[in-house]
Design a binder for this molecule. Sequence first.
Ligand SMILES: [Zn+2]
Length: 318
Amino acid sequence: MGVSGKFFLQALDEIKSNGTKQNIIAQNKKTLLYQEYPELERFDEEIARVFQSAIKSVVSGEKLDFKIAESKSLEIQRKKKAFLEKNAIDLDLIKPLYDCQKCSDTGYVNGKICDCVKKKATELSYDEINKDVDLKKYTFEKFNLNLYPDKVIEGVNSREIMTKICNFCVKYANNFNQNSESLFFFGNTGLGKTHLSLSITNVLCKKGYNVVYGPISKIIGNIEKEHFSKEQQETTLDNVQNCDLLVLDDLGTEFSTPFVVSTIFDIINTRILNSKPTIVNTNLEFDELEQKYTARIVSRISGNYRMLKFIGEDIRIK
Ligand SMILES: [Zn+2]
């Protein structure tokens, strides 16, 4: 499981601030309860005194009789318990209501990040993608291979090749890790490139990976806004560079300016250099890509990505 980047920090932040909030609420409840029953405070003070004098006697070199201190404190605790029962007071009601019992909403267990942080980060990245697409619609089960004709197109049987590609993607999602290869989906419009890349995204989000998905125009738009704004931090670029899997949908549909071209090259190149997997989809042919983005980008992609050509007839019409 690999959760990193902005969702991870955001998750940790949210969990910790809930912990702090619950502690304050619990403290306030306790104050009110103790105001109503000052006896409770006296019991606590007596127990504290027993231990303080035990510690003092150790410090001053006296021999400590643990049994005496223990039995004294037990005696007070018994009295306290009887008092609570008599007045029908349930101390559980003033305990902090943490969301996670393992880490008490601190985000850490024995110095390690708690699972709840990873879970929360996953939910956040899933929610982020869901703002753009209804992710539950895009699963491998819903990818209908019968829509691809059982006939030869461009020299290969469409259904056969698409079955292979689909099986490859299922395996890719199931075995995904930080050493997974980058993929380049190309071919005509309406052949299910977005569907398959979102199916991979879907599986990985559920596994706890930080996946960034977006039509490239939207991702670049956000980066551009943050880049030229004085107030905003460049969180999109940071997340795009560092997420576990980046899925750039529809390369070629964005309006290309020198800034766009250099940003796309930068993203693709940085992720290759850091061995971070990326999936790129496009409807464009290679020569069109070269024209639009320079041969440099195309050669980085063709030299480092696994190329998968989608073949068939536009399934959106069917
Ligand atoms: Zn936790």
